[in-house]
Structures are given as structure tokens and as C-alpha cells.
Write a protein that binds this ligand. Structure first.
Ligand code: ATP
Ligand code: MG
Length: 428
């Protein structure tokens, strides 16, 4: 007998006179006197199955509970009234795992559902979000590969902070103090000297106390680094990557977007080049709404949102004040107060990536470290990269979950990752 995925049936691939088999779980159940409706789910979708009172499946259909696993045999046929347009007339049911009373029901609070993450991941919403997430990874890799970047694997345990220590997680490593990485940038810089164009998609950890819709303590960071690149090369690459991901996801995830009620046209509209403004222009634009904002201040979430609303699409803000940027940011020779740093922003979320040119001069780098109260001795290996064959180079890091929150218009970043880690959540 033909074993079918639910998607195949919904795509009309099953003949009306052929008995088919579905393996799945009971998603919904409605019981009438003469008819039981079971909505089954598998990884590919949900489908309504009917069981008639006179069928041999009746007693098993009565017995099954929400989330019971089973193999169902029946005949699929088109039915305009059924969700998805197809229905299965059930002939037999073979229960694999009879489920106890499922704790998640309609009347449960958001808080309760979050505590039940291990079960909530079976919901249609999470199933669809994770498929879109998978496509984002695939499309991103596709673009990096097409541009001849090599994917590398940086470490998660590190011995020194990449930048400021305030959001750094420390941990006991046998008898020593180590940290969890906040960014793989410095390691990509090492590998760049061997492989030239490199990228990674790996976790980054931030001890973020702020509870916002865009911060996790563990998130997936898509980072790239390559030699002989300047700010224009950097922005051109980032907008190319973003355009490819949006176009490719919009082509391959049409069904997921439709079922989630997300606007796919927003993705289709993403096309390089993106609007670009300097930090100085950003301040001037924001000044009427936020008079306290002066040159030198970092843009806050609220500022970024206001700017992003004006653009209504991904855009760049570049040339930030040196004093608010990390020690490795390259500065302009005749304007050392300005750093070659660029953020990509999107509506509602604000910043989704930060990139820039890296300081390639050893002496300037040491000065910058000292100015920020860092000890150059802690960065000996990093300084070696400038000692032995230094080159101008640039790179960036984009938060994968921030990208997904924006794409799908999710309420909160925690739904863009299967097992969100925040100040309060680390279970299961
Ligand atoms: P923010 O100011 O929003 O906290 P950041 O400037 O500190 O972010 P970067 O160090 O520039 O972050 O990290 C690069 C990218 O990683 C960010 O643009 C963002 O997309 C993502 N990112 C940073 N922190 C987080 C976080 N806590 N949770 C999820 N994504 C993050
Ligand atoms: Mg940033």
C-alpha cells in the first residue's frame, strides 16, 4: 500500500480509488453521532480524515486522543469544504502511541505555552517558522557559496572578550576562567589569511539583561570576512546577500507564508541597492523627534525604529562616531573621529547587522585598544595578524533570528528559534 505524506495528498497526487496510508499524529478531533473527524498532522501538513460509524476504524477513532500517533488507511478525495481542499475517508486505524491528555489546549496562556515549548514545537505555527528558518540557512549558504566563500567553524569557548565585557558570559573551564563567544569575527579574521573569503553561521552568546523583542542570550550569527574589501564592497555584498535570501525564501516558502498569514510581497520587494545614509544624516533626521540626540550618541532601538519606518525597507546607516565603536573598527585617516562601520536596519526591528572595515595597522590598533582600556597583551594573537602580511579587510555579522522576526512579522524573537534562551528561559 502506498505510504503518503500529507503534502502529497493536498497537492492532489493521490488517485480517488486508491487506498493510501498516512503516518502521523492527531492534531484535532471532533466527534459526532455518525461521524468522527480527525485532523492528522505530519511534518508536511494537516489533513482532515472522516470515520463513519459503520467502519471498522470507528472504535479506534473513538479511542484516539489529541497527539496520539497512528497509521491511518483510507481513500483521499477532493472536498471543497475540508481545510486544504482534500479529505480522507478512513478505512482503518492502527494506533502506535495512545497519548495521555495533551496539556496544550485553546484556553492556555502564552506563558503556559512557553513553558511547554517541547510540546508547542509540534504546533503548525512553530512547524512553519522552522521550515522558513531552514530555508533562510539554505539560501544564505547558497549565496555565500555562489560568491566562493568558504564556510568555517569557529570556537564557542574563548579566552578573551571580543569587545566590551558587559554582555559576556563567563564560565569555569576546569580551573580557568573562559567565556562564551559573542561573535566569531576575530576567528574569521584569522582564517581569512588562509582562505580569503570566509563565513560562518554559528551561535553567539550575549548576557543581555534587556527584555526586548529583538534580544536573546543565545542566537545564531551569520558572519563574513574577506580581504581587500572597503565599505562599498561590504555594503554591496550585504545587500546582495539580503536580496538573495529574501527572493529565494519568497519563492520556496510561499505556502508557509500563506498559512502563517505573513506578507510575502515584502520579501519580493527587496532588491539591491538599498538606501544608504550616514550616521550624521540619521541624527539630523531624528533630531526633530528626539532633540536630546546629538552627534556621538548611539542610536537606540526607538531611534532606529523611527528611521526604519521612514524607509519601509532594508537600508544602511554608515560612518559612526569612533568613540561608540569597538577597537578594531578602522577610522578615516583625515577623520579619525569617524569609524568605517555600517548597520543594516529593517522596519519594526531596527538593526539586523553590523559590519565594517577592520583596522589593519598594528600601531593604530594598539592605540585604539589602550584608548578603550584594553590590554594589548590580551590580544597578542590578533596583533600577529597585523604583524604578518596585514591587508585591508572588512566583514559583518547578521542576527539570523532578527532576520526571521522581520521576515515573518513575528511578535517576538523567541519564536524565531526552537529553544529560546533569555534571562528567564532556558527550559527545556
Ligand atoms: P543591539 O545594539 O541591538 O544589542 P549589537 O549592536 O550589540 O546589537 P552586534 O554586536 O552588532 O549587536 O551583533 C551583530 C548582530 O547580531 C546584530 O546586528 C544583531 O542582528 C545580532 N544580535 C546582537 N545581539 C543579539 C541578541 N542579543 N539577540 C539576537 N540577535 C542579536
Ligand atoms: Mg551592532
Amino acid at each position: 500500500m502506498a505510504l503518503k505524506k500529507i503534502r502529497e495528498i493536498l497537492d492532489g497526487c493521490c488517485l480517488a480509488d486508491q487506498t493510501i496510508q498516512i503516518r502521523g499524529w492527531v492534531y484535532r478531533k471532533r466527534e459526532g453521532k455518525e461521524l468522527i473527524f480527525l485532523v492528522l498532522r505530519d511534518s508536511t501538513g494537516v489533513i482532515q480524515c472522516t470515520v463513519k460509524k459503520n467502519s471498522s476504524a470507528w472504535s479506534d477513532a473513538q479511542k484516539v486522543t489529541i497527539e496520539s500517533s497512528l497509521t491511518l488507511e483510507g481513500v483521499a478525495h477532493e472536498d471543497k469544504r475540508a481545510p486544504g481542499g482534500y479529505e480522507v475517508s478512513t478505512e482503518s486505524i492502527n494506533i502506535t502511541g495512545l497519548a495521555e491528555t495533551f496539556p496544550i489546549g485553546k484556553d492556555k496562556s502564552e506563558e503556559f505555552i512557553r513553558d511547554m515549548r517541547h510540546l508547542w514545537l509540534r504546533s503548525r505555527k512553530m512547524n512553519l517558522v522552522m521550515k522558513v528558518r531552514n530555508q533562510v540557512f539554505e539560501s544564505a549558504r547558497e549565496y555565500f557559496n555562489s560568491q566562493k566563500y568558504t564556510e568555517v567553524s569557529p570556537p564557542m569557548f574563548i579566552s578573551a572578550a571580543v569587545e566590551g565585557g558587559s554582555t559576556l558570559f563567563g564560565l569555569k573551564y576546569f580551573d580557568q576562567q573562559l567565556y562564551l563567544t559573542q561573535s566569531s569575527q576575530l576567528y574569521l579574521e584569522i582564517l581569512m589569511f588562509s582562505l580569503e573569503k570566509v563565513f560562518c553561521i554559528a551561535p553567539s552568546f550575549r548576557a543581555e539583561k534587556s527584555r526586548t523583542i529583538r534580544h536573546l542570550t543565545e542566537y545564531w550569527h551569520m558572519e563574513g570576512e574577506w580581504p581587500f574589501a572597503d565599505m562599498n564592497d561590504l555594503m554591496a555584498f550585504e545587500e546582495g546577500l539580503m536580496t538573495h535570501i529574501c527572493q529565494s525564501v519568497s519563492e520556496k516558502c510561499e505556502k508557509e507564508f500563506a498559512e502563517l498569514g505573513a506578507d510575502i510581497n515584502k520579501l519580493k520587494a527587496v532588491k539591491a541597492p538599498f538606501p544608504k545614509i550616514t550616521y550624521k544624516e540619521a541624527i539630523e533626521r531624528l533630531k526633530p523627534k528626539n532633540p536630546a540626540l546629538d552627534w556621538g550618541a548611539d542610536l537606540g532601538y526607538e531611534d532606529e525604529k523611527v528611521l526604519a519606518e521612514e524607509f519601509g525597507q532594508p537600508f544602511f546607516v554608515y560612518d559612526y562616531p569612533t568613540e561608540i565603536k569597538a577597537f578594531y573598527c578602522k577610522t578615516y585617516q583625515d577623520h579619525p573621529e569617524i569609524a568605517m562601520s555600517v548597520d543594516m536596519m529593517v522596519p519594526r526591528i531596527g538593526e539586523i547587522s553590523t559590519g565594517g572595515a577592520r583596522e589593519d595597522n598594528k600601531e593604530i590598533l594598539i592605540e585604539r585598544m589602550k584608548a578603550q582600556g584594553l590590554n594589548p597583551q590580551d590580544y597578542e594573537w590578533y596583533l600577529d595578524l597585523r604583524r604578518y602580511g596585514t591587508v585591508p579587510h572588512a566583514g559583518f555579522g547578521m542576527g539570523v533570528e532578527r532576520l526571521i522576526v522581520w521576515m515573518l512579522d513575528l511578535d517576538n524573537i523567541i519564536d524565531a528559534i526552537p529553544f529560546p534562551r533569555t534571562t528567564r528561559r532556558f527550559y527545556p
